[in-house]
Design a protein around this ligand. Structure first.
Ligand SMILES: [Ca+2]
Ligand SMILES: [Ca+2]
Length: 141
């Protein structure tokens, strides 16, 4: 358990580092594809949103939202990922929407840093973004 501090530029640097971002997103995709069929189903995506805490950080949803309301939100988020509306999310759809979301998160954060409590094994992109920045700082130059 630790605390990371991130702001918009941390997140933007993470997203704009194409190779790093693709690697992170693809790794996340594989770990979310529980049944290994190469696409994310609605229930796989729901688990993803829960683990990434995107609803709290991006959509401003707090955890006291009633389950029916949450399901509606998850459905609408799923539709925004499923660009061709075929009922599943493929790696390209996932990557392109994650990029949009992370950039929106960056805009939302702006230059006001926020603190986030994270577990050591936290796989959220915000944690990765903070790690990347920390690595650059500690790497000198
Ligand atoms: Ca799957
Ligand atoms: Ca699709």
């Amino acid at each position: 358990m630790g605390v990371i501090i991130i702001d918009g530029s941390t997140v933007r640097a993470f997203v704009n580092d194409e190779a790093q971002f693709k690697t992170s997103v693809d790794a996340q995709f594989v770990s979310l594809d529980v049944n290994n069929d190469g696409v994310l189903s609605r229930s796989e995506m729901r688990k993803a949103f829960e683990s990434m805490r995107l609803l709290e950080t991006h959509f401003g949803v707090d955890t006291t939202v009633p389950p029916e309301e949450l399901t509606r939100i998850y459905d609408s988020v799923f539709r925004s990922f499923d660009e061709d509306q075929n009922g599943t999310v493929d790696p390209e759809e996932f990557r392109s929407e994650m990029k949009k979301i992370m950039l929106a998160v960056a805009d939302g954060l702006g230059s006001s840093p926020i603190q986030m409590a994270v577990e050591d094994d936290d796989q959220s992109f915000l944690k990765k973004a903070a790690d990347l920045e920390a690595a650059k700082i500690s790497g000198g130059s």
